[in-house]
Design a protein around this ligand. Structure first.
Ligand SMILES: *Cc1c(COP(=O)(O)O)cnc(C)c1O
Length: 435
C-alpha cells in the first residue's frame, strides 16, 4: 500500500484516505507519496492508444493502491474526465495542450472533479458534515464549487480576494448558493491561503465537523494533474518534448515533474510565470525570496508564496543543482502578455488566454535559447473566461462556451470578510456551533 509522508515531519506517514480527508497535516505540512511509482514498460508501450480515463485508472491505481476498489476508481476516472482534452500544433516546435474543456473552462476541473469524488467515497456513511475549505486565486473555487454543488453532507466554503478575480470567475463562485458559500476577503490570494492554513492548525472543531481543504495542497488534486501529461507526451510528434507550464501555486508543474519521475519522457520543464517571479528567480540565482503578491492580467497565477514549492523541491531531493538542471524559469509582465496574445493571433489565428500566453512566451524564450527544441505549452483556461482582457487585444468578440453561459445570469451571493484568521474562526464557530 502506498503511504504518504508529511513534508514537515517525514516520520509521520498516513494512508491516502487520511491525506485526502485531512488535506494538510496538523503542523501544516504537505503530504507526499513516499515513492513515485513507475507504471512500467507495458504501460508506456500502450500509452498512445489509451484514453485519458484509462490513463487515470492506471496511474491513479498506483497512487491509491487498494484504498478505493478498482470498479469504484474506474467510475471516478470516467466521471471526472468526461470532457475532451486536445493537443494542437500551432507553429514550428509548438503544440498547445488545451486543458480548458471542462465545466468551468479551466484546468482546475481535472483536480477538483477527481478530488471531490475520492472525498465522497471516503466520507460516505460518516454522520459528521464535511466542510471543504478552499482559497482561490480565481479558478480553483469555481471548479471545486461546480464539482460539489448539491452534494449532500458536504459544505464548500470558498475564500477569494475581493476585486482581484474576473467577473466571470466571481460569478462561478458566488451564484451557486445552497451548500456553496463564497467569502469575499479584503486581501490577496496569499491572505486567503494563510487564513485557510491557520484554521487547519489552530481551530479545534471538537469533532463536530470534518474539515478538509481542496487547495492544490491536497494530494487528491495534485495526482490527477499528472494524468494529462502522459496523454500529451504520448500524442506529441516529438518523442521527448519540453513542457511549459504557466505557474502560480506550482501544483500543475509539480504534477508534471511527478509524471517525468515515473518514467515519462520529458526533455526539460519551463516554469512560466507572470511578474510574481519567485520561482524563476530562485532557478536563476539559487535564492528563494517569497514576495508580496502583485496583481496581473493572468490573475490565477498571482501568487507570491507558492504553496507547492516545497513539493517541487522534494521531487528534486531539495537540491538546487537538480532542479536548476531540469527546469528553466521565465517571467513576463502584462505588456508582454498582451503583445503576445495579439502576435500569436495574427501569426497563427490561435487565441490564447493570459495564462496560456505566459506558457507560450516561456516556450518561445526557451526555444530561442535552445534552437530546434520542440515543446508543449499548457493552455489552462479558455480565453472567453478572460474576455474583458482578450477581446480588446484581438479586436474580436469571443464565443462563450455553453458551460460558462449558465454562470452569467445568476445573482451574486457573497459574504464579505476582512483578512485575518480570527474572522474566519468566528464565522466557522458560529455556523457549526463549535463552542
Ligand atoms: C491555477 C491556475 C494556474 C496556476 O496553476 P498552479 O498549479 O497553481 O501553478 C494557471 N492557469 C490557470 C488558468 C489557473 O487557474
Amino acid at each position: 500500500m502506498m503511504l504518504y509522508y508529511n513534508l514537515k515531519n517525514k516520520k509521520e506517514r498516513v494512508t491516502f484516505r487520511e491525506a485526502v480527508t485531512r488535506g494538510l497535516s496538523s503542523d501544516m505540512g504537505l503530504y507526499m507519496p513516499e515513492e513515485i511509482p513507475s507504471p512500467g514498460h507495458d504501460f508506456f508501450r500502450s500509452l498512445p492508444e489509451m484514453s485519458l480515463p484509462q490513463i487515470a485508472f492506471s496511474i491513479g491505481g498506483m497512487y491509491l493502491g487498494d484504498e478505493i476498489p478498482g470498479p469504484v476508481l474506474e467510475k471516478i476516472c470516467s466521471e471526472s474526465f468526461n470532457f475532451p482534452i486536445e493537443l494542437k500544433k500551432i507553429g514550428p516546435g509548438k503544440s498547445v495542450l488545451e486543458l480548458f474543456h471542462g465545466p468551468t473552462a479551466a484546468f482546475k476541473d481535472f483536480g477538483a472533479r477527481f478530488m471531490s469524488r475520492c472525498l465522497g467515497y471516503f466520507t460516505t456513511g460518516d454522520d459528521r458534515k464535511t466542510v471543504v475549505l478552499v482559497a482561490t486565486s480565481g479558478d480553483t473555487g469555481g471548479a471545486v464549487a461546480d464539482s460539489f454543488a448539491g452534494v449532500e453532507g458536504v459544505d464548500v466554503i470558498i475564500l477569494y480576494p475581493s476585486g482581484r478575480i474576473s467577473p466571470l470567475q466571481e460569478n462561478q463562485l458566488t451564484t451557486h448558493g445552497g451548500n456553496i458559500t463564497a467569502l469575499e476577503i479584503t486581501g490577496t490570494f496569499d491572505d486567503c491561503q494563510a487564513m485557510v492554513r491557520e484554521v487547519f492548525t489552530r481551530l479545534d472543531t471538537r469533532d463536530k465537523i470534518r474539515l478538509t481543504s481542496a487547495n492544490s495542497i491536497n494530494v487528491a488534486r495534485l495526482i490527477p494533474q499528472s494524468f494529462y501529461y502522459y496523454y500529451a507526451v504520448s500524442r506529441c510528434e516529438n518523442r521527448e518534448p519540453v513542457l511549459s507550464v504557466p505557474s502560480g501555486n506550482f501544483g500543475n508543474l509539480a504534477a508534471a515533474v511527478m509524471a517525468w519521475r515515473s518514467g515519462l519522457q520529458v526533455k526539460h520543464f519551463i516554469a512560466s510565470t507572470n511578474v510574481n517571479r519567485v520561482v524563476p528567480e530562485y532557478i536563476r540565482t539559487g535564492e528563494y525570496h517569497p514576495a508580496p503578491t502583485v496583481m496581473t492580467i493572468a490573475n490565477a497565477m498571482d501568487v507570491g508564496n507558492p504553496g507547492n514549492f516545497a513539493r517541487l523541491m522534494q521531487l528534486f531531493d531539495n537540491e538546487y543543482v537538480n532542479i536548476a538542471s531540469k527546469i528553466s524559469g521565465y517571467w513576463f509582465d502584462d505588456d508582454r502578455i498582451r503583445n503576445h496574445i495579439r502576435d500569436e493571433h495574427q501569426r497563427s489565428g490561435y487565441i490564447l488566454d493570459p495564462h496560456g500566453a505566459v506558457a507560450s512566451l516561456g516556450l518561445e524564450s526557451y526555444i530561442r535559447d535552445h534552437p530546434g527544441t520542440e515543446g508543449i505549452l499548457a493552455a489552462t483556461a479558455h480565453p472567453a473566461k478572460f474576455s474583458e482582457v482578450v477581446e480588446p487585444i484581438i479586436g474580436e468578440k469571443l464565443s462563450v462556451p455553453s458551460s460558462l453561459n449558465r454562470f452569467l445570469l445568476g445573482k451574486k451571493l457573497s459574504v464579505p470578510m476582512k483578512s485575518g484568521y480570527h474572522y474566519l474562526r468566528e464565522y466557522l464557530t458560529e455556523r457549526y456551533h463549535l463552542q
